[in-house]
Ligand binder design. Structure first.
Ligand SMILES: [Zn+2]
Length: 53
């Protein structure tokens, strides 16, 4: 599974639950950036935990 950010070809490592938009899967870097926004919840995709931590 690839990161859903346009132009990003990294492997997706986390699923983000975004209150103001659809759920999405993103790579570790994008996940870390987005999860600091209010209300965003990140859940590691199964098998990708070590990438996320
Ligand atoms: Zn990405």
């Amino acid at each position: 599974m690839e990161c859903s950010k346009p132009g990003c070809e990294n492997e997706a490592a986390v699923r983000l639950y975004v209150p103001w938009a659809e759920d999405r899967v993103v790579c570790t870097a994008h996940g870390r950036a987005l999860v600091q926004r209010d209300g965003v919840v990140a859940e590691p995709i199964e098998g990708s935990e070590e990438n996320w931590r």
